[in-house]
Design a binder for this molecule. Structure first.
Ligand SMILES: [Zn+2]
Length: 76
């Protein structure tokens, strides 16, 4: 069971053709550069990026509020 699960993440190295895990960024056989695909979960990364974008927008709004709106309220 464990072996078949591992085989799902095996891809052929584009440089030497040997089997490497798809999350490797470098081939352990020929040290060639690899493009990792999946494994860490693309959905999680997309969700994290979405959360980061939302947080950034909120932070920006708060920063703009503190910089431009608060001084007008406290110092009329
Ligand atoms: Zn290789």
């Amino acid at each position: 069971m464990k072996k078949s699960n591992l085989e799902k993440h095996l891809v052929a190295c584009p440089h030497c053709g040997k089997q490497v895990l798809d999350h490797f960024t470098q081939c352990p056989h020929c040290k060639g550069e690899l493009t990792p695909s999946g494994y860490t979960g693309k959905h999680d990364i997309k969700a994290q990026q979405k959360i980061r974008t939302v947080l950034f927008v909120i932070l920006l709004a708060v920063a703009l509020f503190v910089l431009f709106v608060l001084p007008n309220i406290t110092n009329p």
